[in-house]
Design a protein around this ligand. Structure first.
Ligand code: 9D3
Length: 255
């Protein structure tokens, strides 16, 4: 997969890409991530990327020309300038966007090319949304100072879904939001720490029993902390043993 990120703070975006699983995926050639400085696509002496809003009001708005020029240039370098946008998503990071979820990350992971435009300031010229971006994505309902961290969050979530990026495939499909349940509790040595013992079942060597215990813990924890994950639609996806366990937990909690 190829990812191009366009930002006025390219250093802020580059640094985290040099570390961890994403860096390893880049080194192995599984993804190719390029970071572009939006100012490189300005044509004036002062490399201006923003301007006052028409109609007045506070703050500055990102101008359309540098963003369109950046996407044109990226497309040209890929030899896809005239081609339809079918195989390439132009994502605008925006607090008004669709919320990033596991399902959104999966959809994006099937693209062969992502262009991520980092929003900033009070906003972005509307023509970028209507005539350049193919999707707008928010990473949650809180205000950040720009789209740089969201761009990195998107790249991280998407990269992990590309085959080979995470060493152990089982850990990806077992991930909370892929399985639909929160994690079960994990322990490692020592078996007793400051008087707190590891649940004996985990030391028993009874693999089937351990499996059942973990499943029950995951269901209990999900019910307690994220009941929204167990709504009608997802309940249907539970296997009969889980459904029975859940029914039991629900009966107990109602008393
Ligand atoms: C909703 C706030 N806007 C009302 C005028 C102003 C505004 C605040 C912060 C516009 C842009 C920003 C910068 N944030 C992002 O660019 C952003 C973001 C976020 O703030 N929260 C969650 N996801 C994202 S993705 C991009």
């Amino acid at each position: 997969m190829r990812v191009d990120i366009v930002s006025i703070f390219p250093k802020m975006v580059k640094a985290p890409l040099a570390e961890g699983i994403v860096a390893r995926a880049i080194a192995r050639g599984l993804i190719d991530v390029r970071v572009h400085d939006l100012r490189d696509f300005t044509t004036d002496r002062h490399r201006v990327v923003d301007d006052e809003p028409f109609g007045g009001g506070p703050g500055m708005v990102l101008k359309p020309e540098p963003l369109f020029a950046a996407v044109d240039s990226i497309r040209e370098s890929r030899g896809t300038k005239g081609r339809s946008r079918e195989r390439e998503a132009v994502i605008l990071t925006s607090p008004d966007g669709e919320r990033l979820t596991h399902a959104v990350a999966e959809r994006l992971s099937r693209q062969e090319h992502l262009i991520v435009l980092c929003g900033r300031y009070e906003g972005v010229d509307e023509r970028v949304r209507t005539h350049l971006a193919t999707a707008e994505i928010s990473i949650g309902d809180y205000v950040l100072s720009g789209g740089e961290l969201p761009a990195l969050v998107i790249v991280d979530a998407v990269a992990r879904l590309i085959p080979g990026v995470v060493g152990d495939e089982a850990s990806v499909s077992g991930d909370t939001f892929a399985s639909g349940l929160l994690d079960f509790p994990q322990y490692t040595r020592p078996a007793e720490f400051r008087g707190h013992a590891v649940p004996p079942i985990l030391l028993s060597g009874h693999h089937r029993e351990i499996e059942r215990w973990r499943r029950r813990q995951a269901l209990e924890r999900t019910l307690e902390r994220r009941p929204d994950l167990l709504d009608e639609t997802r309940m249907g996806a539970l296997d009969p043993e889980d459904a029975a366990l859940l029914k039991e937990l629900l009966t107990k909690s109602r008393k």
